[in-house]
Design a protein around this ligand. Structure first.
Ligand SMILES: Nc1ncnc2c1ncn2[C@@H]1O[C@H](COP(=O)(O)OP(=O)(O)OP(=O)(O)O)[C@@H](O)[C@H]1O
Length: 254
């Protein structure tokens, strides 16, 4: 894995929800312009880990985080870090498509407007570019002023990806982005992810091991808060080094 450039690196990362030690000494590196998948049984800490990467867990009461997460070598947990700017750089897409109850256009323009962009021509260009980037433009260009809630689930999820792209992030975090979608919409998002990695660094939590093998360059296997194994995806699924990884990927537990 040495040929890859490190975008995000976490070292000795521990997270506690009250007394629940949910992440245990997680050391992982995410590489620029690659897709990294996090797999593992329910409750093993995949989503928690993903959320530590843009400090979404800061919002949870009684959470305690120790260790470091570096983005381009800078610790994102440094007190001076502005979390709004951090989350502009590291965008997130959730399991359930969650468009705002407003027009397609306004959903995509929402982030840029918050960051101070007001001119219509500039916003129009961002909306078009982002919708194209999320492979949705052709389906919605004639109905930009219509409610986003009228889109199908798969379209809504691509809209959420467009909304994330609109603020020009460097990293995209995706928490089971296709688990609520039908197989055709899922394939569309997987194809899209392959395009997105040309420009962004992508991390995805998935329950679907086939999905990880289809799209991820690297895969980390989590078990009760620990990373058991982290390797290039083909290696992890064909020659796992740890017996627990082997048991999981062959369906013996989880
Ligand atoms: N906001 C929270 N407050 C308290 N405990 C939490 C919170 N979120 C997660 N946990 C706990 O942390 C542990 C890890 O949960 P997490 O959601 O990260 O696992 P996961 O691997 O993503 O699971 P799943 O695949 O079911 O989504 C679990 O024990 C869970 O109950």
């Amino acid at each position: 894995m040495n040929t890859n450039t490190v975008k995000i690196s976490s070292s000795n990362l521990n997270l506690y929800y009250g007394t629940n030690h949910a992440l245990k000494d997680v050391n992982l590196e995410l590489y620029t312009n690659k897709i990294t998948a996090f797999i593992g049984p329910s409750g093993c800490g995949k989503s928690t880990y993903l959320k530590t990467l843009n400090r979404m867990n800061d919002l949870v009461p009684n959470v305690k985080i120790e260790g470091e997460v570096l983005l381009d070598g800078e610790n994102i947990y440094d007190q001076r870090v502005d979390t709004t700017l951090l989350r502009k750089k590291i965008g997130m897409v959730f399991q359930q498509p969650n468009p705002f109850p407003m027009s397609i256009y306004d959903n995509v323009a929402y982030g840029p407007r918050i960051h101070g962009i007001k001119h219509k021509a500039e916003l129009d260009a961002i909306v078009e570019k982002s919708l194209k980037g999320a492979a949705l433009w052709d389906e919605v260009s004639s109905r930009l002023k219509k409610s986003a809630l009228g889109l199908s689930g798969g379209q809504q999820q691509r809209l959420c990806i467009a909304r994330a792209l609109a603020v020009e992030p460097e990293v995209l975090l995706m928490d089971e982005p296709t688990s609520a979608l039908d197989p055709i919409s899922t394939l569309k998002i997987e194809d899209l992810m392959d395009e997105l990695k040309e420009k962004y660094t992508v991390a995805i939590v998935t329950h679907n091991m086939q999905q990880a093998t289809r799209i991820a360059d690297h895969t980390a296997f989590f078990l009760v808060g620990e990373v058991v194994e982290y390797a290039p995806t083909t290696e992890l699924f064909t020659v796992p080094k740890d017996k627990r990884t082997e048991d999981y990927i062959t369906g013996r537990f989880g």
